[in-house]
Design a protein around this ligand. Structure first.
Ligand code: GN1
Ligand code: MG
Length: 370
């Protein structure tokens, strides 16, 4: 990071209302879209400053407004917490001196600031059943706590974000324009998309027909967006950029996609990529425990398809970006998006191989709950 960037970050940080003096800046490198910085202060209340990618998010003021509304709603559920406790349990946005929740800098970049949640941990891959269970409780609680919030008050910040027919159209467009070399590299995955596509549009059809209700959903429930206490109990859901109206299957599925993958999302050695059914069971249990009676039978019945569909969507999006020449996700090397896509399609194959067991588990946990 150059000096200029540090200077910009310092100026931007000082546009927010925090009465703190910056003493250190470091970058968190795990996100694929935004640039995220850890801001250390002399007062020892630290912050997370985020430069929001406005190529991806076309309407940042509305995105920030969505996030702040949801944080305020979640805060209203825990009125007994002190301010300090609340900042650990709910992602808390800091206003600017001008009274907004975002700052627009001289270069035209949008920023937002949240309190850093200290003494917490997050996971890119899960190695204990306990984390899968606690993750299920955290994301289940998120859905439950927002189930009385009118989803229509939120702007659909990326229209059709998890809409499979729309994602398939983007894939076909990218395929039309792709280089021969990339088409050749992606050949077997392109065939896989064709095999799976009819099954993968089903949830969107149920949503469009009104058979599955629209509710507030987070839409980026990968497990690294859940924070845990040092004893591994669930603490807080972060990264609410994509909070918008959606179906519960998106949030269920994206958490499963990351919790049950025995390897990281971009692991190249596909022998290491398998679907862990024991973690599926633990996650499902935690998720349904917190949801109490908020889910309908039809929503519950389609949870396994939700998991498969989200894995497919991510594989498809990584593949599309590879074909399009890596224009959307940050990549670290030439074949990064293709490796991510191969990883997701391997995960689908492993899911399919264990499908009967997954269905059996889903049915027995649902019964236990009744
Ligand atoms: C992106 O930037 P990050 O890591 O929060 C993406 C998600 C994908 C995820 C895959 C706005 O999220 O949809 O699931 O990468 N976010 C957007 O790791 O496209
Ligand atoms: Mg995100």
């Amino acid at each position: 990071m150059g000096v200029d960037n540090n200077q910009i970050i310092t100026e931007v940080f000082n546009a927010f209302l925090h009465n703190s003096s910056l003493v250190g800046i470091s970058e968190f490198s795990s996100g694929h879209i935004n640039d995220t910085y850890f801001i250390q202060t002399e007062e020892q209340t630290d912050f997370v400053l985020q430069r929001i990618n406005s190529d991806v998010f076309k309407n940042v003021p509305e995105l920030v407004s969505n996030k702040v509304k949801i944080s305020k709603h979640l805060a209203s559920k825990v009125p007994h917490l002190t301010e300090q406790e609340l900042r650990r349990a709910v992602l808390t946005f800091v206003p600017t001196l001008a009274g907004n929740y975002y700052h627009l800098d001289a270069q035209g970049n949008f920023w937002n600031l949240t309190y850093y949640i200290a003494d917490s941990q997050s996971y890119d891959t899960v190695t204990h059943k306990e984390i899968a269970y606690e993750g299920g409780k955290l994301f289940g609680k998120f859905i439950n706590d927002t189930s009385d919030f009118d989803a229509q008050q939120l702007v659909e910040i990326i229209p059709g974000f998890h809409d499979v027919p729309k994602r398939l159209q983007q894939f076909r467009d990218a395929k039309e324009k792709a280089s021969d070399a990339r088409l050749a590299e992606a050949k077997s995955l392109i065939e896989r998309v064709q095999e799976l596509q009819n099954e993968m549009v089903l949830l969107q059809q149920l949503k469009d027909n009104g058979d599955i209700p629209t509710r507030v959903t987070h839409n980026d429930t990968k497990i690294s967006n859940a924070l845990f206490n040092t004893d591994n109990s669930g603490l807080c859901v972060i990264d609410t950029d994509t909070v918008m109206p959606g179906i519960v299957h998106n949030d269920f599925g994206d958490a499963i996609r990351t919790i049950c993958n025995t390897a990281e999302e971009d692991q190249k050695d596909l022998n290491l990529v398998n679907f862990n059914v024991a973690y599926y069971e633990a996650y499902l249990k935690g998720f349904l425990e917190e949801l109490h009676d908020s889910l309908s039978d039809i929503e519950i019945a389609y949870l396994p398809l939700g998991a498969k569909t989200i894995i497919f969507i991510m594989g498809l999006r990584f593949l599309t970006d590879y074909l399009a020449g890596d224009v959307y996700y940050k990549t670290a090397y030439d074949m990064h998006n293709l490796d991510r896509a191969k990883n997701q399609f391997k995960l689908i194959s492993s899911f399919e191989a264990q499908y009967e067991e997954i269905i059996k588990l889903s049915k027995s946990i649902h019964k236990e709950k009744q």
